[in-house]
Write a protein that binds this ligand. Structure first.
Ligand code: SF4
Length: 643
């Protein structure tokens, strides 16, 4: 028979803390009274009583001069008030996970919300929770009871929902699913503690591999009973309080037997049970080794651990740390560097994560963990190798400062000085923030890690240039980015090569400056007008033939057509009128009026809208003749006809 002892078997963090505190007080010679049995284990309670501890049902029963120990279950607020009234000294061993629920209960009361508690109404932990709210409270033991409350819940303005720390995980998940569907006004808090969660999870897994499961724990222990329920779903399972209760006939014929234990079961009792099964064992491990293997390994800052996600909130996720009885918290900023990320998009319940311990907190039983630092540790190896062999790395630019930008490369912060960030000094390097970039690591010494984006860009541009000069042709189109503007044109990067688009090639109109048409940073479509590979010069065109106004004139303005157009300039010999953008025609002084005109400015000024007739177009010399008086004659003629 093979025996598999669950790694999570035995005292949980909260129980261990309460038991140690009580033994310490007794060792110091204090007179100690516990409110109810300290833990759900008669053997431990018996031992404490043997050392002088009193087990009192309530405060009234505590004799004067005794110091009260509040057990890990916690107590209602009224008990603290009674202790104060009696003037007794007390030591609060309420488990921090239970204290957290007390705070939620208080908040529910203050906010006028109904407090819903998933748990056993007769359990002291639940009674303690109930006694911490000043508002309405209801307790339900399972999904059926919760469903029966549906009508009442629908009438509530606000609901806070918590679970007893030892509530059955699967049952809690069903209750949560129901609440999310039917009570959109419910704020649900995942308060099942990691010790419970990890034990139930392991019991679930272990019981599927075993012919029998033994759950060691007090018959009145809530979490022991839950473990039994979980194990019994998959295999033949029993609970025993001590080795004396083990029926060895029941084990006969079994090939694999799993052993787990409730959170209040000391390792001495687990060892006794294992000893009792010894004749049946054919496993290489001694009991001492088995126990050691099942015990939690110490955590320390910097240790890499595996952990499973227990719950997810917008700002953090709670994880159960493998091989530890502690719960861990990963804050959003320790999960990712992305300031816009949401925790729900990054992880989900049951995900397994590799993390680094940032801070241990034995008092609270909650450790601070980091995914970002794990990635950085892993990435550091790659980054230092890349620094040695010049490998090109990729990363996201996270932030900029006066000196340059910081790039996240595999979780490592790499500083890129501004001179190494962009190819041109006048380029705005802060625009790189949020971009995915390629870079080389130029320095990697301790925490000083420096990179260069430029070097990669320069290499890439060189390759692009070679490719460009091999394939360039007159008339070929490129999509380019306007890099700079001068008075005579725009320089456009068409892939590693900067071509000049002369101002006359930007528009059919006469421009004063290229900025009338394009701006730095614009992405534009250009074509090659000519190129000189020897001097590495390329002339580009931007204006399109279909927009040529002379073509438009040919198609839309036949000789003899009349139209109204503005006067754009006055000369001694006539006035220029704008027919189309970039196309002006001349009304000679002799064509202004049937009357004699001595001076053009006597009858016309810039901005006047005049009626003109197209008399002649010389497309080769780009000259257009217009007449105003030709229109006058027609108006008069039309007027005579009408008379
Ligand atoms: S089971 Fe969890 S909540 Fe209860 S005492 Fe242990 S650690 Fe604390």
């Amino acid at each position: 028979m093979e025996i598999i002892l669950a790694k999570t078997a035995g005292f949980c963090f909260g129980v261990d803390r309460a038991v140690k505190l009580t033994y310490d007080l007794l060792d110091k010679g204090c007179k100690v009274a516990t409110l109810g049995p300290l833990i759900h284990n008669p053997q431990v309670v018996g031992d404490l009583e043997g050392k002088g501890a009193l087990t009192c049902p309530d405060i009234d029963a505590v004799p004067d001069g005794y110091e009260v120990v509040i057990r890990s279950h916690g107590v209602p607020r009224s008990v603290y008030e009674k202790i104060g009234t009696r003037g007794l000294a007390y030591h609060d061993a309420t488990c921090p996970f239970v204290s957290k629920i007390h705070k939620i209960a208080e908040e529910a009361g203050k906010n006028g919300a109904l407090l819903l508690v998933a748990g056993d109404a007769s359990h002291p932990e639940v009674q303690g929770i109930v006694g911490h709210t000043s508002g309405e409270v209801q307790v339900f033991a399972n999904l059926d009871e919760l469903e029966n409350m549906r009508e009442n819940l629908a009438q509530q303005k606000s609901i806070y929902v918590v679970a007893q720390t030892t509530f059955r995980v699967q049952s809690w998940e069903s209750c949560k699913a129901f609440l999310k569907k039917w009570c959109t006004n419910a704020k649900i808090f995942d308060t099942i503690c990691n010790a419970t969660w990890a034990r139930q999870q392991e019991a679930e897994d272990l019981s599927q591999k075993c012919d029998h499961m033994i759950v060691i724990g007090g018959h009145h222990s809530s979490n022991t009973q839950k473990l039994l329920q979980v194990a019994a779903r998959h295999t033949d399972a029993v609970t025993i309080e001590t080795a004396d209760e083990l029926d060895r006939n029941w084990l006969r014929g079994a090939k694999v037997v799993g052993v787990t234990a409730g959170a209040s079961t000391p390792s001495s009792i687990i060892e006794e049970v294992l000893n009792c099964m010894s004749e049946e064992i054919r496993d290489d491990m001694s009991f001492a080794e088995m126990l050691e293997a099942s015990e939690a390994k110490p955590l320390f800052a910097g240790k890499i651990v595996k952990a499973k996600v227990i719950s997810v909130s917008p700002t953090e996720c709670v994880v159960g740390i493998d091989g530890s009885k502690h719960t861990g918290i990963v804050k959003l900023n320790e999960m990712t560097h992305d300031p816009n990320a949401k925790m729900e998009d990054l992880v989900k319940v049951d995900d397994e994560l590799d993390l680094v311990v940032v801070k241990t907190n034995d008092q609270e039983g909650v450790d601070t963990l980091s995914r970002v630092r794990f990635e950085a540790q892993k990435g550091m190896k790659d980054v230092s190798e890349a620094a040695e062999n010049g490998t090109v790395m990729e990363g996201d630019v996270m932030e900029s400062n006066k000196g340059g930008v910081v790039v996240n490369v595999k979780g490592v912060r790499v500083f890129v000085p501004r001179s190494q960030a962009t190819m041109r000094r006048d380029e705005d390097y802060t625009k790189l923030v949020g971009q995915h970039v390629r870079l080389v690591i130029t320095e990697c010494a301790g925490r000083k890690i420096v990179g260069s984006i430029n070097k990669v860009t320069a290499e890439e541009n060189k390759a692009k240039r070679e490719e460009f000069w091999q394939n360039v042709e007159v008339g070929k189109h490129y999509t380019g980015v306007v890099k700079s503007l001068t008075s005579y044109g725009a320089f456009v990067d068409i892939g590693g090569v900067d071509g000049l688009c002369h101002i006359s090639e930007l528009s059919w109109s006469n421009l004063k400056h290229p900025s009338e048409v394009v701006s730095v940073g614009d992405t534009i479509d250009v074509y090659v007008k000519s190129y000189d590979p020897e001097n590495q010069k390329v002339s580009l065109g931007y204006k399109k033939e279909e927009d040529n106004p002379w073509e438009k004139l040919k198609n839309e303005y036949p000789i003899g057509s009349e139209f109204t157009a503005p006067v754009v300039s006055i000369t001694k010999f006539g006035a220029f009128v704008r027919i189309l953008p970039g196309v002006d025609g001349l009304v000679h002084i002799s064509e202004i009026s049937n009357e004699r005109v001595n001076k053009v400015s006597d009858v016309l000024k810039v901005g006047d809208e005049v009626r003109v007739k197209l008399i002649n177009v010389d497309f080769d010399r780009k000259r257009i003749s217009l007449s105003m008086k030709a229109c006058e004659g027609e108006v008069e003629a039309e007027g005579s006809d009408a008379e």
